[in-house]
Design a protein around this ligand. Structure first.
Ligand code: DGY
Length: 334
C-alpha cells in the first residue's frame, strides 16, 4: 500500500544505505549525523513532528520521549533487544515497537564462540605479546590456555541465539548444557543438549555463555552467589546484555580467582568507562558490542527495520513486533 503523503521519520543514527533508501522512497527522512546518540533534549525536539522513529539500543526511549511525540505511529528498533524502550508506555499509547529477531542469530552466535575461543586460547594476550616485542622464542609454557573441544559448555537462555551457540559447541565435540526458565525440550533433544537448572549448570560448566534478554528477572542474574558456584577454571562469556552480570561481583570473581576469565561483548555501563576496574584485568576481554556486526547482518537488519517502520506508518501489522499486545485492542484516544 502506498502512503498518501510523505510522513516524517527520524532515524537516530546512520544505518546501512539499503534501509534508508527504502524509507526515503516513501517518507521525509531525517538522520542524526553524529556517531554519538542524540541527547534526551535533542531527541524530544526531533520527535515532536515525527510519525515514525527508528532507534538504536543506545537511545533511551522512555515515557518522556514518547510523550514528546504526539503524532508517533511506530517505533522501529535496529536490534532484537528492546530493553532501552518503555514498551509498556508505547503499548499504552497504542504504538507498535518493531525489532529484528532471527536475522542476527548466527552472527551473534559466531561472536559468542569467537570470544569463547579467544578467551580459552588467550588470543588477544598473544597478539599483544607479539606487538610488544616480547616474542623471543618458542616457549613450552608460554600462554597456556584451556581446551575447548571436549569441555562442558553451559548456555544460559536457550532461545534462538543460545541454540545456535549450542550447535557450535556440539560441532566442537563439547558436552552442552542449557538452562532456560521455559526450556524448548524438542530443540534440546534435537541438538543434543542436556537441560539443567541454573545452579547445576554453573557448577558443571567449563564455559558459561549468556543469551537471555535483559528483564527485571535477569538483571544481575549472574552475581556473587552464581560466580562462586562456577569452577575456578571457568570462563564466562556475555554477548547478551551487560546488566545480566553484576560488574562488581565479576571484578571480584576475576581478581580473586573464583573464575578464570571473562569475555564480554556487552557491559554495564555501556560503553565501559576507561577507568572501570574490569579494564585493568588481563583475564577480562572486552569488545564493543559487536555481536551482530557483520556486513550482511547489519544490512539485513536495516531492511527489516525499514519494513517494520513502513508497516507501522501504513497502520499494518509489523512483520516483527516486540509488543504484539498492542494489537489486542484499538488505538487508545489520548
Ligand atoms: C541486539 O540486536 O539486541 C544486539 O545486541 C545488537 O545487534
Amino acid at each position: 500500500m502506498k502512503l498518501r503523503r510523505r510522513p516524517h521519520v527520524f532515524v537516530t543514527r546512520l544505518i546501512p544505505e539499503r534501509g534508508l533508501e527504502m524509507l526515503r522512497e516513501h517518507c521525509e527522512v531525517e538522520v542524526w549525523p553524529d556517531e554519538l546518540p542524540p541527547s534526551k533534549e535533542a531527541l524530544k525536539e526531533k520527535v515532536r513532528d515525527c510519525e515514525g522513529l527508528l532507534t538504536m539500543l543506545s537511545d533511551p526511549i522512555d515515557a518522556e520521549v514518547i510523550a514528546a511525540a504526539p503524532k508517533l505511529k511506530v517505533i522501529s528498533q535496529y536490534a532484537v533487544g528492546v530493553d532501552n524502550i518503555d514498551i509498556a508506555e508505547a503499548t499504552r499509547r497504542g504504538i507498535p515497537v518493531g525489532h529484528t529477531p532471527g536475522v542476527l542469530t548466527e552472527a551473534t552466535a559466531d561472536l559468542a564462540f569467537a570470544l569463547l575461543m579467544a578467551a580459552a586460547r588467550r588470543v588477544v594476550e598473544g597478539a599483544d605479546y607479539v606487538r610488544a616485542g616480547k616474542w623471543k622464542t618458542w616457549g613450552p609454557t608460554l600462554l597456556l590456555g584451556a581446551d575447548v573441544w571436549g569441555a562442558t559448555l553451559g548456555i544460559v537462555g536457550f532461545g534462538r541465539i543460545g541454540q545456535a551457540v549450542a550447535r557450535r559447541g556440539v560441532g566442537f565435540r563439547m558436552r552442552v548444557l542449557a538452562y532456560d526458565p521455559r526450556p524448548d525440550e524438542e530443540a534440546a533433544a534435537s541438538i543434543g543438549v542436556e537441560l539443567l537448572d541454573l545452579d547445576a549448570l554453573l557448577r558443571e560448566s567449563d564455559f558459561v555463555s549468556l543469551h537471555t534478554p535483559l528483564t527485571e528477572e535477569t538483571y544481575h542474574m549472574i552475581g556473587e552467589r552464581e560466580l562462586k558456584l562456577m569452577k575456578p577454571t571457568a570462563i564466562l562469556i556475555n554477548t547478551a546484555r551487560g546488566p545480566v552480570v553484576d560488574p562488581k561481583a565479576l571484578y571480584r570473581a576475576l581478581k580473586e580467582g573464583w573464575i578464570a576469565r571473562a569475555a564480554l561483548d556487552v557491559t554495564e555501563p555501556e560503553p565501559i568507562p576507561m577507568d572501570h576496574p574490569l579494564l585493568g584485568l588481563q583475564n577480562c576481554l572486552i569488545v564493543p558490542h559487536i555481536g551482530s556486526a557483520s556486513v550482511s547482518t547489519r544490512t539485513e537488519m536495516a531492511v527489516i527495520t525499514a519494513e517494520n517502520l513502513l508497516a507501522g506508518l501504513r497502520e499494518q501489522r509489523l512483520p516483527h513486533c516486540a509488543n504484539p499486545q498492542v494489537y489486542e485492542r484499538g488505538r487508545p484516544s489520548e
